[in-house]
Structures are given as C-alpha cells and as structure tokens.
Design a protein around this ligand. Structure first.
Ligand SMILES: [Zn+2]
Length: 201
C-alpha cells in the first residue's frame, strides 16, 4: 500500500483504494459543485463496513469536523474521523443514485453511484450488493416541514476538500457522483481528486 497517492477520478466514475490506519484521505471537489459518495470496507475480510445508519445517532445527520464515521453492527466502532472540511456540508441521509432511479426519469443507462461503486470494488471480490448507503461528501440536505429530505444547492468553490483520518485500515470506494440538474441532484459530472498521506495529527 502506497504511503502517498494522488489520483483524479474521472467525472461520473468510481475508484477504490486501500487506506491504512493513521493515514489521511483527502477528497477534493476539484471544480466545485460536485459530491462524492464514500463507502469503506474493513480489511481483510470486508464484512465490517461503514454504516450511515449507525453513524447518524452517534454523530449527526450532517457530519462535521471531529465526527467519526462508524461501522455496522455487530462491530460498531469508528473507522474514520473528519479532521478537516473546507466546504462545510456533508450528508448521511440520501441514498446513492442508481440506474433504476435514472430510468424512472427517462435517462436510460445513465452512469450512477451504485454502478460506480460496484465497478470499483469488483476487483476485490465484492459484489454490487456489497455497496452500502454512503457518506455523501459535499452533499447538502435539509428536512422540510413534511419530514421529506430536500437537496440544497449551495455554492461550492473549486478546490474545496474534506480530509478523513483513517482509524481502521479499509478498502475505500469513492464515486464522483454523476447526478445532474435534470435528475434533481446538486451535482454535475465532474472529477474528484483523492489524496493519501501518511502524516498523523
Ligand atoms: Zn450519485
């Protein structure tokens, strides 16, 4: 596993990489306005993984600096900690976009986070149904008076980033979300760059 790695995820595609305990993973919104769906699988057997459902009550629905990203029961421990965030909004309410949801609005065959993450984890023996509800980095949401999730459209400057400290070594999968205005998402199909460093806070 590399101590340092720089990679640009092509717009609307996915990527997977190993991140070791003590390393920092920086996810960068290169052009501004995008979101990045994050999945994590604890090595080596991958059965323990990030859990949006467990993270919500342990932190908040819009995780911020200092919050941990928790794993699923029966493991239930912090896998990553948010140590820096220059954008200021993340989400663990939304479900990842998927082929069927695009089909519904007539955008047949549109790229989507479910398939992006599936493609990224396939070389590691993981299947499409191993993709789980994501930590939606840079996504901005709110809840309206009827209790429905609303997707917000805040301005995001190019180069904003979120940095995560790895607390438990994981295979991480990331998707540069291909959502667009027609679909109703906040995102455009742009690139996301991932940086991996060994410095520890
Ligand atoms: Zn998406």
């Amino acid at each position: 596993m590399a101590e340092q790695l720089t990679h640009t995820i092509p717009a609307g595609h996915g990527y997977a990489l190993f991140v070791e305990e003590g390393q920092l993973l920086r996810v960068i919104d290169i052009e501004g306005g995008n979101a990045c769906d994050f999945n994590a699988f604890v090595t080596p057997d991958y059965r323990e993984r990030f859990s949006a459902g467990r993270t919500r009550p342990m932190t908040r629905i819009h995780p911020k600096v200092g919050d941990n990203l928790w794993s699923n029961p029966p493991y239930e421990r912090p896998l990553f900690r948010i140590v820096e965030d220059t954008v200021g909004h993340n989400d663990i309410l939304l479900a990842r976009c998927s082929r069927l949801r695009y089909d519904e609005v007539g955008m047949f065959g549109h790229r989507n986070c479910q398939d992006n993450l599936s493609e990224a984890i396939a070389p590691y023996g993981l299947r499409p149904d191993d993709v789980h509800d994501a930590f939606n980095i840079f996504s901005a949401t709110s809840i309206d008076d009827e209790g429905r999730i609303r997707i917000e459209h805040p301005e995001q400057k190019p180069g904003g980033f979120v940095e995560l400290e790895c607390l438990v070594s994981c295979l991480v999968a990331l998707s540069a979300c291909p959502a667009n205005e027609k679909y109703g998402g906040i995102n455009t199909p742009i690139g996301v760059e991932v940086r991996l460093a060994s410095r520890r806070r």
